[in-house]
Design a protein around this ligand. Structure first.
Ligand code: AMP
Length: 545
């Protein structure tokens, strides 16, 4: 395996996972009926800030509430004196234990520590992230006086274990099979990391599914309409950490994701940041005190800002109050909805710019969009709703399903479909996703030109082959760099991996035929192989960054 490939963590996990409530007690504890029952497959929306789990039961989707009665669970993990805490229990103690409360690790999954987006994120986080082997981010916490490090996949697996536990408590049986959703814009490495997290959590990940596709399914667009006409559906998904906009075509219950675009770094947390910055400046001006070096104060301020932001979705004015914010000084300020909108104007505009990009990728005019669906907690912001509605010239927006539940809802339908536990309608569901970025290899002697193998928006699963050759006489080995991106110059694209083929039969330059095959599975995970036709020598890898 390539040194950059993901493998399941070898770190002992006995200490890092909260086990299922039925772990090891399957036979003794489970009611007789459940023992006989096959556990239904579940759908998990593994979100940046919140996660949600749903199941198809009694011919409908049920969103599963957690132990606090909440239908969404914070994607937070805390390492506290009295043990490891997950979900609400973790989030609720963030203010008193900020450096050991980990959240938003979805932003690290499948990334390198040196990635600019990671560098940008860690600046704002109160917990520590360092570079590990192969430039992988490692999350550092202090657990009962001992320093511990975890990979992003390990932390994600703890969130998944929590969601599994929520489902098991509700269903009364062990859950194994699952569909997990990811942003449509996630690259191969990020999908693989999510799959690894599922495996670490002891789950059988039946499918990694795009969030917008799941949302479209939730709204029933898999149902065959009477007119049998093709429908174009735009999914606008603005969550806590990511923004996705996708255009799907639905016909005869079949889905084709025509185009997806987005920003892996745009969401509710960015709006929170703007409020935090405003308050930090105000505190400095009023009291001449800088709170930016104090993780606990920053965290408490952020919690108050997020609360105010939510309030401003229903009220036009609210206050941000934090007692003893810093150095024994209280903080209190008033903020209007208009001011909040002004602070985030550029971020909100970016959302509509990305709708334009998606439509242009899909080669469709805004008037050709039949349905617009709002997904993600941040679409509760009235200004966002208004901007989207104005963009589509007053079109009615679909927001009937709770925006933070729609993705898990659709994932549960897909899980029922894959496990054969749904009804007739669900059984007929066919999904066609696309590869969101073009994939190719570096060619010419300096490897600077991109040879496109799989064009952007190709429906997956797919298998595409190109034949390349040697640049030197008697060349017996070659390096094959694999890129994703749209530029014809590889330096502007993203290097996914660089793999090596040896054992090419010596021959004059340009004579050998090397078949390079890109195979993308239904989860969007890429397998690349290269084979010298004459010697039969072959090398292949599963690509991960
Ligand atoms: P999601 O990732 O879809 O669960 O969305 C979570 C994000 O939605 C967080 O940033 C929340 O602060 C935000 N959010 C939830 N409810 C509201 C609301 N009523 N108004 C504004 N933002 C909200």
């Amino acid at each position: 395996m390539d040194e950059n490939s993901h493998s399941l963590s070898t770190t002992p996990l006995t200490d890092s996972i909260v086990h299922s409530p039925y772990q090891g007690q399957e036979e003794e504890l489970l009611p007789m009926a459940s023992r006989r029952n096959i556990a239904p497959a579940i759908g998990i929306d593994l979100g940046t800030t919140y996660s949600c789990v749903a199941v198809w039961q009694n011919n409908r989707v049920e969103i599963i509430p957690n132990d606090q009665g909440n239908r969404i669970t914070p994607s937070s993990v805390a390492f506290a004196e009295d043990g490891r805490l997950l979900g609400d229990a973790a989030k609720n103690q963030t203010d008193v234990n900020p450096t050991n409360t980990v959240f938003a690790v979805k932003r690290l999954n499948g990334r390198r520590f040196s990635d600019s987006s990671v560098q940008n994120d860690v600046k704002y986080w109160p917990f520590k992230v360092v570079a590990g082997p192969s430039d992988r981010p490692r999350i550092v916490v202090n657990y009962r006086g001992v320093e511990k490090q975890f990979s992003a996949e390990e932390i994600s697996s703890m969130v998944l274990v929590k969601m599994k536990e929520v489902a098991e408590t509700y269903l009364g049986c062990i859950v194994k099979n699952v569909v997990i959703t990811v942003p449509a814009y996630f690259n191969d490495s990020q999908r693989q990391a999510t799959k690894n997290a599922g495996a670490i959590a002891g789950l059988n990940v039946m499918r990694i599914m795009d969030e917008p596709t799941a949302a479209a399914i939730a709204y029933g667009f898999y149902k065959i309409t009477e007119d049998h006409k093709e429908k174009s559906v735009l999914i606008f998904d603005l969550g806590g950490g990511t923004f996705d906009v996708s255009l799907l075509f639905v016909v005869h219950g079949k889905f084709v994701v025509q185009a997806t675009t987005g920003d892996t770094h745009l969401g509710g947390e960015d709006f929170d940041d703007r409020l935090v910055d405003l308050c930090v400046k105000e505190f400095k001006k009023k009291y001449n005190k800088d709170i930016t070096g104090n993780a606990k104060s920053l965290r408490r301020l952020r919690t108050a800002c997020e609360r105010a932001k939510r309030m401003l979705s229903s009220a036009v004015m609210t206050s941000i109050d934090v007692d003893y914010l810093y150095d024994g000084v209280d903080f209190s300020t008033r903020i209007s909805r208009a001011r909040f909108e002004e602070l985030n104007k550029d971020l909100f505009t970016r959302c509509t710019d990305l709708i334009e990009k998606c439509l242009s990728d899909a080669k469709i005019d805004k008037t050709g969009v039949d349905v617009v669906v709002l997904v993600g907690g941040s679409t509760r912001i009235p200004k966002i709703q208004q901007l989207v509605q104005d963009f589509f010239k007053g079109k009615e927006l679909c927001k009937g399903i709770h925006p933070d539940e729609a993705v898990a809802y659709g994932a549960a339908i897909q899980a029922a479909n894959l496990s054969g536990q749904g009804d007739k309608e669900v059984e007929n569901l066919v999904l066609v996703d696309v590869s969101p970025l073009s994939l190719g290899i570096g060619t010419t002697s300096t490897l600077e030109k991109m040879l496109f193998v799989v064009p952007r928006n190709t429906p997956i699963p797919t298998k595409k082959q190109k034949t390349i050759t040697t640049m030197l006489d008697d060349q017996t080995a070659m390096s094959i760099p694999i890129y994703e991106g749209e530029s014809t110059e590889t330096k502007y694209n993203n290097l996914l991996s660089n793999f090596y083929l040896q054992g090419i039969n010596p021959a004059p330059k340009h004579v050998p035929d090397i078949d390079v095959c890109f195979d993308i599975d239904a989860d969007g995970i890429l397998n690349v192989s290269a084979q010298d036709r004459s010697s039969g020598h072959k090398n292949e890898i599963v690509i991960s960054k």
